[in-house]
Design a protein around this ligand. Structure first.
Ligand SMILES: [Zn+2]
Length: 224
């Protein structure tokens, strides 16, 4: 039985209104997000596919994966996508004390900001301040952890459309349908550039880009 819906219920969004669930918009714009990378093969494939459709996106990276694959992280920045923090070790907020949670987020943030700083010296970047974006792994975050991160000027980015790409019981066609039927202008859509999700991702992503592209949508990064 699926207990998490594809669309985030309004009651949840109202209750946790300090978090960002969508970007209210009357324009045809969608915000694709990719969690859990950088992952060899999958992230590069994702970048290439986005590029073919002139699409920008936001990558919520795991700090440890950035340390392991700095070249892939650099490619994400080079291509003009946004990056966000997904903790250093993909930890669960509900099972972690607030101090430990904040430490883990901060560790990943140092890795991210150091690399952005290096990158800025080599590429022109029109933004002088890079916003700190954060997405909690598994969507799990205690109110105390959320408040502490907001106080540290993080924007906490949730979603209003889940593709369920990571779920082995979800067929590629269903993953595609989840996105094409539930997205609307300003939706924040969750995919994963991970091995686990790759079968569904590789099927669904090009079709999502084509489907909405033909309807006149553009795909933007969350820092714009
Ligand atoms: Zn994750």
């Amino acid at each position: 039985m699926r207990i998490v819906p594809v669309n985030t219920p309004t009651v949840v969004k109202k209750f946790l209104s300090n978090y960002i669930w969508e970007v209210p918009s009357t324009e045809k714009v969608l915000y694709l997000t990719f969690d859990d990378g950088p992952t060899p093969e999958i992230t590069n494939w994702t970048l290439k596919t986005l590029n073919e459709h002139n699409a920008k996106a936001t990558f919520f990276c795991i700090g440890k994966n950035i340390e392991n694959h700095p070249d892939i992280f650099k490619s994400i920045l080079d291509k003009g996508h946004a990056v966000g923090n997904h903790t250093h070790n993909h930890i669960k907020g509900w099972q972690t004390g607030t101090a430990d949670y904040l430490d883990n987020v901060s560790k990943a943030e140092s890795v991210i900001q150091d690399r952005i700083k290096n990158q800025k010296s080599t590429i022109s970047n029109k933004q002088s301040v890079v916003p700190k974006l954060f997405r909690p792994p598994y969507g799990q975050i205690k109110p105390k952890q959320g408040k502490a991160l907001l106080d540290l000027n993080y924007k906490i980015i949730m979603w209003n459309v889940l593709s369920f790409d990571w779920d082995k019981n979800v067929k590629p066609e269903t993953c595609l349908n989840n996105v094409t039927t539930k997205s609307k202008p300003g939706s924040i859509i969750v995919f994963h550039d991970s091995l686990k999700a790759s079968k569904n991702l590789i099927f669904a992503l090009p079709k999502v880009l084509k489907y909405f592209g033909e309807k006149g949508y553009t795909f933007k990064a969350l820092n714009t």
